[in-house]
Write a protein that binds this ligand. Sequence first.
Ligand code: NCD
Length: 309
Amino acid sequence: MSNPRRHLLELAPLDATELLHLLDLAESFQDISQRRIKKVPALRGMTVVLLFLEASTRTRTSFELAAKRLSADTLSITGGTSSVVKGETLLDTARNLEAMSPDIIVLRHRHSGSPHLLSRHIDASIVNAGDGGHEHPTQGLLDALTIRQHKRRIEGLKVAIIGDIAHSRVARSNIVCLNRLGAEVVVCGPPTMLPPDIESLGCRATSDRADAVQDADVVMMLRIQKERMTEELFPTDREYAMRFGLDRAALRMAKPDALVMHPGPINRGVEISPEVADGPQSIILDQVANGIAVRMAVLFHCAGGGAQA
Ligand code: NCD
């Protein structure tokens, strides 16, 4: 592609101006989902392929809705129904798809770097919908948008991200995005779930939940990604919940108006108690709703729409 910004592979290379451009664009798309006819012609005639080779509920459905609300044609291919199960490589699958002239391929894959690989070999714009434990750029953007809408700013906020940091692409995208937008980010988890180099992304790491939650403006909880673990990294779910979970008592250490977030899927009673997940400080479903607007903005941007960031 002549313009490298037509892909969205990761947030790490984007500066604050580019991130804010995407957040503002997302905000401008938000009211479309409130209309009776939830459709604008922005991507009419374009084809968006949703290539999801790893489990997904929220991300896949909201990318599909986002593409449809922009009037694009969508084609959804998921792990179990694709020829990947017959041994076809990702690159071969993508080359075959490319022969059908898609404009954008949205890829979720269990290997870090797979969207980058596609972007080097395929002409379509590539959007990363989560690559292994690396990045989940649209989740980082939708979380930043949700925080900004509730707090009216990001700069100066203390954001605690607690859980399986080592396997979390959500944590990585959030750390780089929120740090670049001026937040103080503290990540917290058992030592076995804190990668040694994590602070180089622009955060502080601790294994003390109280240290992370104390006076936080936002507490973001993450799922333990057992499917990515090759060995046991903590003794039992019960012990994990006691030391790293968020229940009412732990939340009381944060600021009284602290926001509670979670990218989903939630393991109730493990990383978050049901009364906190469903409580008045939880904005988990706002995150889901904002996912559509953010993905509309990203698809629009990658299709060449709007001012360049
Ligand atoms: C996350 C993911 O898949 O990275 N979920 C999501 O996209 N909303 C987090 C997770 O699976 O725990």
